[in-house]
Structures are given as C-alpha cells and as structure tokens.
Design a protein around this ligand. Sequence first.
Ligand code: FE2
Ligand code: FE2
Length: 154
Amino acid sequence: MNAIELLKEDHKKVKGYFEKVKATDEAGEQRELYRKIAEELEIHTHIEETVFYPYLIENGDEELSDLTKEGIEEHHEVKVLIREIANLSEESEKLEPKLTVLMENVEHHVQEEEGEMFPMCEEQLDSATLEDLGTQMEEEKGNFKPSARGASGK
Ligand SMILES: [Fe+2]
Ligand SMILES: [Fe+2]
C-alpha cells in the first residue's frame, strides 16, 4: 500500500476515537478510549519514526527534512502526555484536560503531516518509493509489540 494512504488511514482511525472521547463525559469510557488511542498512536509513531521519517530526513529537500525533524519532537510531546495520562490515578480530575491537550497536539501534528509533509512527499518521491515505504511500514506494524503502557499504567 502507498505510504501516504496507509498513514492517512491511521489518522482517520484515531480521529474516530477522538470524536467518541469528545462525545462522552463518562470517565470510565474516556479511559477505555484513551487506551485505544495510546496503542494506536504508539504503533503509528513507531512506523513513522523507524521507516518513513528517516527516509524523508535522508532524501527530502531541506524544508521537508526540517519539517520531519519537527515532527519527531511533536511525537515526543505526545508520548510524554500519553505517559502522564497513564500514570494518573483512577479518579484524577486531570484526565479530561490532559486528554483535550493530547487531542489538540495530535490534531495539529496530523494537519501538518497531511497539509504540508505529505504534499511535499508526493512532489519529491516517486510512486514506487511511496509504495515501497508503505510495504515496509505494513511489515513493521506486523512485527510491532505494543508496550501496553496505556493499559498497564506503567
Ligand atoms: Fe502520522
Ligand atoms: Fe507523525
């Protein structure tokens, strides 16, 4: 599968979870959705950081390379929030605001990828390369063992 299509499908899936979080005030349901979001984001950032991003940093022009490096830092911020949420106590009132900030950060990041990074990729990489990167990311997904950080609270 084409790398960009694959990544956009992941984005869509996460967006679907976000909509469900926004539609509920029930903390138990929010936690359950958070676990799904955390797992989805863990695997998604992993395949981007191990396959897609290194290729762009190496082969993209300076603008694309810089944008990709920024992307890694944005992933880092998201991972910090995921860890913080995992460590909140069951009844913590911080769950909802932290989830909101997590969603805002991810939405901003996805906008940058879909609005800037991916169009640059389509200009700078040929379709065979995008196919190949997509295949590599699918393989990496298949091999990936989630840390279940969200689920275990560790
Ligand atoms: Fe992404
Ligand atoms: Fe990303």
